[in-house]
Design a protein around this ligand. Structure first.
Ligand code: FAD
Length: 203
């Protein structure tokens, strides 16, 4: 049932899911699917041999992989992205194959969990904050780095609403361009760009 809420301020922070609800924001972000797999527990010693210093690792490719050990000695491996939007993509198998390319010694290991979702990337991969009107704020485009940054974003928008906008405006001044191609051609343009970058990674 439709309802009505009255508020003095509005903060739009709906990630890619806002979509056409706010067209002015939708053109600055693109939904990109990313996936993670978690192996079965490997035991402390086997897990330690994979990443001796317990670092969180990401490689240097443009289409990057990232991985780390979990507290219960699994390997978490993520990063395979699907820019095409084709739903037939077998994400767990593709991500496992990428994991085995880095850690072939895990061939016998079971995948216990696999999950994924959409992240909202901007063209320059910096977050996109600003105002659509003096009392309408938006925060989006975390580009896959939202876990820490969304907490900061919430604090900064609260400060701005309370009247101290200096720190929010540091982010709001970052210039952002729309994805080329408009609503209809954005995804094909991104797929082509990704092919280019993946080819560059391979070379
Ligand atoms: C598989 C995967 C792995 C990731 N790994 C990492 C990582 O290791 N490190 C990292 O920093 N980031 C990671 N991210 C990215 C991180 O999860 C996001 O950057 C972050 O969650 C974005 O936060 P958000 O508040 O903008 O959006 P969300 O957390 O998606 O929240 C948006 C909220 O808005 C609600 N909403 C949307 N539309 C409406 C509407 N019309 N009305 C009401 N409510 C609405 C949604 O229900 C949702 O609750 C990962 C993402 C995925 C998918």
């Amino acid at each position: 049932m439709p309802g009505e809420v009255r508020a003095r301020y509005l903060a739009l922070c709906g990630n890619v899911y806002l979509g056409a609800t706010v067209p002015a924001l939708a053109s600055r972000i693109m939904a990109v699917a990313t996936y993670i797999v978690a192996t079965e527990p490997l035991g402390a010693e086997r897990a330690r041999r994979l990443i001796a210093n317990n670092a969180a690792v990401s490689d240097m490719n443009w289409v990057l992989d990232y991985f780390r050990r979990s507290a219960d000695h699994r390997l978490l491996f993520g990063g395979r992205v699907n820019y095409s939007g084709f739903s037939s993509f077998d994400a767990p198998s593709a991500t496992r194959a990428r994991m085995l390319a880095v850690f072939p010694q895990l061939k016998d290991v079971r995948i216990d969990y696999a999950w994924g979702g959409d992240v909202d990337i901007t063209l320059n991969r910096a977050p996109h904050f600003g105002r659509l009107a003096p009392n309408i704020y938006f925060l989006q485009g975390f580009s896959g780095h939202g876990i820490a940054l969304t907490g900061i974003a919430g604090k900064l928008v609260a400060e701005a609403i309370a009247g101290i906008a200096a720190r929010f405006d540091v982010f709001a001044r970052i210039a952002h361009r729309s994805f080329p191609g408009g609503a209809a051609l954005r995804r094909p343009a991104l797929v082509l760009a990704m092919l280019y970058y993946r080819l560059r990674d391979l070379l």
